[in-house]
Structure formats: structure tokens, C-alpha cells
Design a protein around this ligand. Structure first.
Ligand code: ZN
Length: 675
């Protein structure tokens, strides 16, 4: 839910689902019928590898995209559905057991008759509390109390390692409070953005009218709420500014904040949040200064309408059909998704969000093998060796910085599949027929888990993703790379596949996450996860100029009409893609297949490696979703995640005889080589 997380993800494209029309019955690890061999590989390798598939692929109406590598998402959903359907029917599970909680939670969410009958009854007590607010002090009290139920009003709160003392947890307060995805939406004047703003205002209006305010009052207050959010948005940092870790680290004493921002009333706020530390990190101080001013300059009635909307919006997906539809109408404008997903799919998502490590335990018991974990461990070790070899050969870095870089690489914490220690759900109360309350109980449990860490020693066994997640991450303050069980499936990984497939797939993902430890942000953290410089000045300068080359290259990629990739927003991911490919390739060349010459389907081992790499990004995305992602996603669009790295990689030129005149060709001395 927090828009700003210091977890850098390899895949943040959302819920992409594999189209049913391409469910190959006998699994081939690379399907040549997906290719378009009329395209020259050196002109557009993404189209060469995936063009045949792109010609016929259809985005299902319940999705915003479709893609080959997301085969795995649909498959995983089905696995989770099987588990949950069984549990929901099971009446023998002991009260209080994980099976009972997960099963009853899902059953409560699937009980649409009860949910529809209740309308917005479950959220009425919260609305009554808003009604009773008399002043700013009362408002802050309410906001704090809602945070304890995981409703992120006005700001985002996270408890995690202090970036400059990474063994101790500190609460961090980040800018928040907006209903549109990002500050820029409030200021852009192009027709696409205007359409989204209108849909957003309509959403606010619908929630007001559904909860029985007369239409004149409702319309007036939609405008007031929007104007208030726009003032908040003015003080928000941009997505690019949020990428600067130093700028977003501002440790402050609560006593000082209490004095400087009396309307927020930090001391009372902290008490309401049940956090007991003397200091906090304020990610974006400018936002909180503005918030403090707005609390007194905006009429309390306007604030109350603002709160009503955000409380209702947060609850909407757990309420009756009217509310679910209102929420979806806005999502539709934002992403282009035509039809709401079926209830079971939405409920799986909710179980994963709320009881993720409970469901995760049941999932890995059934669908994850010790063999897969073992094989993945070997792959990670091989990639680490290959990366070490590359660092030792870098021509732009001094020996002393190389030594530090190698130490950081060796210090990586490697997590595969699922956590060694599971989160505790003993306090969660779930009853059938009470879905909203079930969500609140789970969210409250999660909140208390988070805040109980404040001021405490960091527990490095904690995971930031649930086991079925089709994703991976590098976390700079833990200096760790993490691969949930979900991503250890084809087309990323398969125990039966040849090395070209696995190294081009999950190998690239491993290399990508490792490189995040050394991208423009990750490189600012030392081996212990502290935001502390370990570079010589000269090396740092050379690294910055290479980073600039990456920004310049990606700025030139056009996505839709005049829309370009935002090089500055995507730098970290692009560096990780460029490095990840190179490291995975080197590791592949250490394998028997990589050293051989045996062709499969007419392709050399090297060619097959690159084809595997291109197929993991095979996808087609709705235009609306493309526009949204360009604004907020730190990853480049799939096609450029393929073309960008390959254009800079010599072995690709050799494998496919790419020559001057080909569209992807870059002069040898213009190719970017970082890691
Ligand atoms: Zn990434």
C-alpha cells in the first residue's frame, strides 16, 4: 500500500496473467512458434523472440496485460485456489489453527450474499467517529487510531532499519494522503491525465452519495477534497526525488517536531500510534511542514469529508457490490482493465495481503520442493562467483574499491523460497460472515508486529514478500537478495530445463537483484546495510558518469506516441538489468552447456540463452496501464528491459552477428559497461 518502499523489485508490473489461449500442453522450454523470424535479431530482438506471439496475443478483459513469463502467475493462483477451496470447506480444522483462520477468512470473503446484505454497515462505526471529530487534535487522534488498523491516512508509516545505524529499527514517516497515484497527476494538463482526474472525482462523489449525503453537498465536497489534496500534492517530492536516499533520511527528535509542528502534535500522534521512540525518520520534511499548515488553514469540515472518502475508499473492496464497482470504475480509468476480476481471485489477493505468511506456509508445503531450493542455491552461488570475476576485471575501478565491492558481494544474505521463521497470527480473530472485521483484525496484527520493532534490534530473518509472490527483491539495509518460491517456476526456472533456459531466466533475475546492491542507490549502502560511503572519490565520479550514460540511453526510448521512458526514474532498474544480463551470461559460460556448442531447435547455447532472456519479458500491456507505469514504475517497459541491456552487451552482437546498420547497433566504444 505504501507508495514508497525501499525494496527494489525486479517485477512490479502488477497482476499480469498468462492468456489461456497459449497454455502449451507439452511444455517446451522455448517455443520457436512465438518468434517472428522476419524481424532481424539486430533490429529488434524483443520482436524477433516474441513477435509471433505478439501478433495473436489478446489481453483478457479482467487484466491490464498478458505475457508469456506471467504464465506462472495464473498457475500459482490456481494452486492457491485449490488450497483455499479445500480449507473453506473443511470443518475439522482446530479453532485458532492457521487452517481455520485462512479458511474462514477466505470463506468470509467469498460470502458475497452476506457482504451485499451488510452494505456499508461494517464501516459505519468508523464514519461515526469522523462525525464526532471537533478539532484538529481530535482529527490527529482519529488518524493515529486508523493507522493501527492499517489504514494509511495522511502519511505512510514504516518501521525498519535506521539507514545510518542498520542494526536498530526506527519508525519512518513518509509523505502520503493522496488518492491519485502520484503528485504529478494533480498538475498535468494532458487529456489522458484529465480523464483520470475526472474518474477519480467521480469515484469520490459515488462514495459520498452511496453513504447518503444529498447530491448538492456531495458535489461541493468533492471539489473541496480535491482542492485539499492538490495542496498536499504541491509539497510532495517527485518519484525521481524520492530515489535519493540521503535526501529522504532526516532523523529528528520527537520533542523538536512537537514544537515545530504543533498542529500535527507529534507527541500525541506517537502515543496514538503506540510508538515509544524518542526520534523518528521523517522522509520528506517539506510534506509534514505543509500538512501542519493545512491542518489549521483548512476548515475542519473539509478535513472530515477528506477522511470519509479515504476511509470508505480503503474499505470499499471489502464492502457490498456498489462499493466494489465504484472502486473498480476508477481503477478501470487508471489502468484500462475492462472487467473486474472474479471474486475468488480478489479474495486470494486479500488473503495474501492480510495473512500472507499463513497462506505461504500452506503453499510451500504443497508446492515447493527441497530440490528446487537446492538447485536455486547452486545458481545463486554460481552467479556470485561470476559477479566476483567481473568485479576483479573492471577497468574503471581502483583495487581498493574493488576489494570493498567484493566484500559487499560476499556479505549478501541469500533467502530462497520461504522464511525460516514465520510471522505470528495468534492474535488474529476470524469469524465466518464477518469479512470486514476479519481484514481489520489481520491488519491490526500486522500493524502491531511492525510497531513492536521500533527501537529494537533488527531481525534479519524477516521477509518483505510472501512465498507465493512472483517477484524478487534486493533490500539495501539488510544487504540481501530474496527469491520467493513463486518466482522459482517456469519460465524463470525449471528443474528439468537446460542451463540456457535457467540462466537466461532466473539467472538474469538473480544477477539483476545482485546488481541492485551496486546500482546508483544500492552503491550508497555498505556491506552492513548502512548509508555510508565506501567508494574512493575518483571511482565514485567514474561510476556517476556511467550512470548518466544509462539515463541518456533510456530517455531516448519512446513508448507511446510522444511518451518516453523516464531515464532518471528507471536508472537503478536499468543498471540492474544491464548488470544482471552480463553476470548471468558469465555464469552460464561456466556451465557444461555454456562451454559446448550443441544446438537445440537450431540455436547455439548462447543464442538460446538470449532467447530465454527475451521470453521472460514477453508481454503486451494496455495503453492506459503503460501510461500509468511510465509515471510511477521504476522499471522500464518490458521491451526496453530486453533491448536496453542487449544493445550494450558484446556477446549478444557476436551470437546474432549484429552489425552496423542494424537498429540495435551501437559503436563498440559507445556501449555502456558498468558491472
Ligand atoms: Zn529491480
Amino acid at each position: 500500500m505504501t507508495p514508497y518502499k525501499r525494496i527494489l523489485r525486479i517485477v512490479a508490473i502488477g497482476s499480469l496473467v498468462f492468456s489461456a489461449c497459449h497454455q502449451a500442453s507439452d511444455q517446451k522450454f522455448f517455443d520457436t512458434s512465438n518468434m517472428d523470424t522476419t524481424v532481424k535479431p539486430g533490429d529488434n530482438f524483443f520482436l524477433y523472440a516474441n513477435g509471433g506471439w505478439l501478433k495473436t496475443a489478446q489481453i483478457p478483459p479482467t487484466e491490464t496485460s498478458v505475457g508469456g513469463f506471467l504464465d506462472v502467475y495464473k498457475k500459482t493462483q490456481q494452486h492457491l485456489k485449490d488450497i483455499l477451496d479445500d480449507l473453506a470447506k473443511d470443518t475439522s480444522a482446530a479453532a485458532g489453527s492457521l487452517q481455520q483462520k485462512v479458511g474462514d477468512f477466505y470463506a468470509a470473503g467469498m460470502d458475497s450474499a452476506t457482504i451485499d446484505r451488510l452494505g456499508y454497515e461494517p464501516v459505519k462505526p468508523v464514519l461515526a467517529k469522523i462525525e464526532a471529530i471537533k478539532d484538529v487534535k481530535g482529527l490527529i487522534q482519529f488518524v493515529a487510531s486508523e493507522h493501527t488498523y492499517g489504514v494509511p491516512l495522511l502519511f505512510n508509516l514504516q518501521v525498519g532499519p535506521d539507514e545510518k545505524s542498520s542494526m536498530v529499527n526506527i519508525p519512518s514517516f513518509y509523505q502520503g494522503g493522496l488518492g491519485l497515484p502520484d503528485r504529478d497527476y494533480y498538475f498535468k494538463t494532458d487529456p489522458a491525465t484529465q480523464g483520470i482526474v475526472q474518474a477519480y472525482q467521480k469515484y469520490v462523489l459515488t462514495l459520498f452519495t452511496l453513504t447518503a449525503s444529498d447530491s448538492t453537498t456531495a458535489v461541493k465536497n468533492v471539489a473541496a477534497v480535491y482542492a485539499l489534496e492538490k495542496q498536499m500534492a504541491e509539497s510532495h517530492l517527485t518519484n525521481v526525488q524520492l530515489r535519493d536516499p540521503q535526501k529522504n533520511y532526516n532523523k529528528m527528535a520527537v520533542a523538536r517536531l512537537t514544537k515545530e509542528e504543533p498542529n500535527i502534535g507529534w507527541q500525541d500522534l506517537m502515543a496514538g500510534l503506540t510508538i515509544k521512540t524518542d526520534s523518528v525518520n521523517v522522509g520528506e520534511p517539506g510534506y509534514f511542514t505543509r500538512l501542519n499548515a493545512l491542518l489549521s488553514s483548512t476548515p475542519i469540515e473539509t478535513w472530515k469529508w477528506y477522511l470519509r472518502f479515504h476511509v470508505l475508499s480503503d474499505a470499499s473492496t471489502a464492502l457490498s457490490t456498489d462499493f466494489v464497482n465504484a472502486n473498480f470504475a476508477y481503477a478501470k480509468a487508471l489502468t484500462g482493465q475492462q472487467k473486474l476480476k472474479s471474486r475468488w481471485e480478489r479474495m486470494i489477493q486479500s488473503v495474501d495481503n492480510n495473512l500472507g505468511e499463513a497462506l505461504g506456509q500452506l503453499y510451500v508445503n504443497k508446492y515447493f520442493t527441497a530440490e528446487a531450493k537446492q538447485r536455486m542455491q547452486e545458481l545463486v552461488d554460481n552467479l556470485q562467483k561470476a559477479f566476483e570475476g567481473r568485479i576483479s576485471k573492471l577497468d574503471w575501478m581502483s583495487d581498493s574499491t574493488k576489494q570493498k565491492a567484493t566484500e559487499k558481494l560476499h556479505a549478501f544474505l541469500k533467502k530462497i523460497g520461504y522464511p525460516d521463521k514465520w510471522k505470528d497470527y495468534s492474535q488474529v480473530q476470524i469469524q465466518k460472515g464477518k469479512f470486514f472485521e476479519a481484514e481489520m483484525s489481520a491488519r491490526q496484527n500486522n500493524y502491531h508486529f511492525q510497531v513492536s520493532k521500533a527501537g529494537q534490534k533488527v531481525d534479519r530473518t524477516e521477509w518483505g514478500m510472501t512465498p507465493p509472490t512472483i517477484n524478487a527483491y534486493y533490500n539495501p539495509t539488510f544487504n540481501e537478495i530474496v527469491f520467493p518460491a513463486g518466482i522459482l517456476q517456469f519460465p524463470f526456472f525449471d528443474l528439468a530445463a537446460d542451463d540456457a533456459i535457467n540462466y537466461g531466466g532466473i539467472g538474469m533475475a538473480i544477477g539483476h537483484e545482485m546488481t541492485h546492491g551496486f546500482d546508483d542507490q544500492g552503491a550508497l549502502y555498505d556491506k552492513d546495510g548502512n548509508l555510508r560511503n565506501w567508494w574512493s572519490r575518483e571511482d565514485s565520479t567514474r561510476f556517476r558518469s556511467k550512470t548518466q550514460l544509462v539515463i541518456d540511453q533510456y530517455n531516448q526510448f519512446t513508448v507511446l506516441d510522444t511518451l518516453h521512458v523516464n531515464g532518471a526514474l528507471t536508472t537503478g532498474e536499468n543498471i540492474a538489468d544491464i548488470g544482471g544480463l552480463a553476470i548471468a551470461y558469465d555464469a552460464f559460460k561456466l556451465t557444461k552447456q555454456g562451454q559446448g556448442a550443441e544446438k537445440i531447435d537450431g540455436f547455439t547455447p548462447e543464442q538460446r540463452f538470449f532467447l530465454s532472456f527475451a521470453q521472460i519479458w514477453r508481454s503486451k500491456v494496455k495503453d492506459e496501464r503503460v501510461r500509468q507505469l511510465i509515471n510511477i514504475d521504476p522499471h522500464s517497459p518490458p521491451m526496453y528491459r530486453v533491448l536496453g541491456p542487449l544493445m550494450n552487451f558484446d556477446p549478444f552482437y557476436a551470437a546474432f552477428h549484429v552489425q552496423q546498420g542494424d537498429k540495435m547497433w551501437k559503436a563498440e566504444n559507445a556501449r555502456i559497461r558498468i558491472w
